[in-house]
Design a protein around this ligand. Structure first.
Ligand code: AMP
Length: 325
């Protein structure tokens, strides 16, 4: 157990009201870690008021249930705010988090802003859910968990680690996954809910394979336009998933999906193996992890410039390194 965990537990004990936050456009880790933590605290401290206070949701994760109604501003004044899985202050889904009396940050992203009064950040953790699992494990004599809480936590551990495939998965990740799994998580149901796709989405996938490009040095790219989204009746989430279709191309160590947001901005999803892309993302109003990051560009010219930078990085990497695939 580390000092931060102990301090966080002491703070949780000190407050009667705890509001929990995460980043907007949430993924399985953001929802799993916040809902998992909330559920553990509700089970352990039924007398406390524990609420999830987030303004948006992701339809594809609706099976995990919703959020609590947003409370009026005055309600925040005596609350402890816990923000999970969010490296940057401006990405927090509910900006009213600043109204909380004190704020704790729990995160595994490369820190961009050091917001919060207390911070527990471990970049090398494979997910924020792994951190919530570690928190539970450290205090398991005191904290209560059930199948529901475990399912939230396991969801984030699975999704953020690419089903335990990414490089920050450690022996400790697997040990904690075991601790959580033992609570009775129904993995067959969970994997079905997470990974089965509609028939139509395979048509989009085959279209993506026709449309994707590759640069001279091996950066795979795809631009999902508004027109494409309409053609296949895609939500932004469906369209964004296309980044993963490019993840297994030999020699393409960086792959980038550009998704038109329809408001003049273009969401960029950057992925890589062996080579770090988070700094590239940071140069384009983004951030994230070494091998999975996000950014925003505002024109095709900027898109081209980002691709050119990625291509130059990859050229240099391939010249200086061996054993990449
Ligand atoms: P995404 O492609 O949106 O799944 O993002 C990959 C990772 O980068 C996630 O961990 C995000 O939380 C993080 N990320 C995405 N966009 C941004 C951004 N604009 N600023 C900071 N981090 C980001």
């Amino acid at each position: 157990m580390n000092e931060n965990m102990k301090l966080i537990l002491d703070k949780i004990k000190e407050y009667d009201k705890i509001f929990i936050f995460r980043h907007f456009r949430p993924d399985g880790d953001a929802i799993g870690s916040t809902k998992g933590l909330a559920r553990i605290l509700q089970l352990t401290y039924p007398e406390k008021e524990i609420r999830l206070q987030n303004c948006d949701f992701s339809d594809y994760l609706a099976f995990l249930g919703g959020e609590d109604p947003i409370q009026p501003d005055e309600a925040y004044a005596d609350a402890l705010g816990i923000v999970v899985d969010t490296g940057t202050q401006k990405r927090i889904s509910n900006q009213k988090f600043t109204l909380c009396k004190e704020i704790i940050k729990i995160d595994h992203h490369i820190p961009i802003d050091n917001y919060g009064d207390y911070r527990w950040v471990e970049e090398e953790r494979s997910s924020s859910c792994e951190m919530i699992a570690a928190f539970y494990d450290a205090f398991k004599e005191e904290l209560k968990i059930d199948k529901e809480a475990a399912t939230y936590i396991y969801t984030g551990m699975v999704t953020d680690s690419g089903r335990f495939r990414f490089r920050d998965v450690s022996g400790e990740t697997m040990r904690l996954a075991g601790v959580i799994l033992q609570q009775g998580v129904d993995t067959e149901q969970l994997y079905a809910r997470l990974y089965l796709k509609d028939f139509e989405s395979f048509k989009f996938e085959s279209y993506v394979y026709k449309k994707m490009n590759i640069t001279e040095n091996g950066v795979a790219t795809l631009y999902v336009t508004e027109k494409m989204k309409k053609k296949f009746s895609l939500s932004n989430e469906d369209a964004s998933a296309a980044v993963s279709y490019m993840d297994s191309i030999k020699g393409a160590l960086i792959w980038l999906a550009f998704i038109d947001n329809g408001d003049g901005s273009i969401r960029v999803r950057l992925r890589s193996r062996f080579i770090t892309v988070s700094e590239l993302a940071e140069r384009y109003r983004g951030g994230g992890h070494a091998c999975a990051a996000g950014a925003t560009v505002y024109s095709k010219a900027e898109m081209k410039q980002l691709i050119a930078e990625a291509d130059a990085m990859l050229k240099e990497y391939k010249e200086k390194n061996e054993d990449w695939l």
